[in-house]
Write a protein that binds this ligand. Sequence first.
Ligand code: PEP
Ligand code: MN
Length: 361
Amino acid sequence: MFVVMARTASEAEILGVKSQILAEGMTPFDHQGSERVVIAVVGEVGPRKAVLQSRLAGLPGVEEVTPISRPFKLTSREFHPEDTVIRILDAVVGDGSLTVMAGPCSVESRDQLFEAADAVAAAGATILRGGAFKPRTSPYSFQGLGVEALRYLADARERTGLPVITEVMEPNQVDIVAEYADILQIGTRNMQNYSLLTAVGRVARPIMLKRGYGATVEEWLMAAEYVVSSGNPNVILCERGIRTFETYTRNTMDLAAVPLLHHLTHLPVIVDPSHATGKRWLVKPLAIGGIAVGADGVMVEVHPRPEEALSDAEQQLTPEQFRELMASLVPVHEHVRSLHRDPVVSAAALGIGGSGGLSKH
Ligand code: PEP
Ligand code: MN
């Protein structure tokens, strides 16, 4: 449930409500909106719900106590009507600007990474990607350069000024990856690795949570809820395709998930047409599609010579193809930005109850 404080509620009254929630064995999470504070009551409430609700409603400074219908609380728009905006060095994600994460699938050498980094930076990418620890379906495939690759990524950040994103696969890698990278990526295979989600919930780095290839939107948001409830509010969601009966594409990109997520959650949403399609020539149309339905950005794989790539050779763009993609994407983004802007968002900010029509931008 949410405790909606009155606009005039004092600090002491807010503290009083939070202490009461703690005394009931639950955890309070407060959000300062533009007009008032809302406190989410998180925990296993069980049959005490009605009693707890009326007890909290009777406290000074409380305007109303509303039940939340959804299992995800802190990631929901009901709790946090304004978009979450994440700043990483000079990059901003979720503010309506176009985020473009680009770079090789795997960091293969210092030279290969620098070549890719220079090319994507010159073409307008805002964040550099590169896999250091690679989750591979086959144990015989290239597994990534590990810590050596993390060092190259940090050098590439120095060189280009772009923040870097890379995947972390295990809780015991979280500290070392956070030492070198600016954004930590959780891959599709780990979306429901709860010890990993909890571990990245404790670091001061934004997290990009890729959708599990067999996960529903609700399971995905519950995974994000693990990270946020562990203390890290800066989560970016990435639609990277789900597994269906279709085999021409590597996965099926769920474009409807983008506006749906903007309706359900305040977290930014990115699309990854590289892993979603597995085919180089499908990356551009699907990237455009993702931006057209309101995604905050794209993640695409770019390799200086894709045919020589040690992983995902079929889907990586050449630097030239990436430049072409950028030339198409920027005007599409400019055009659709205004279409997705919804005045209901600001009007209903923390109004609770008027959130039915909330959508992004
Ligand atoms: C990646 O982005 O490097 C990756 C392995 O993606 P996914 O987890 O979506 O397969
Ligand atoms: Mn890849």
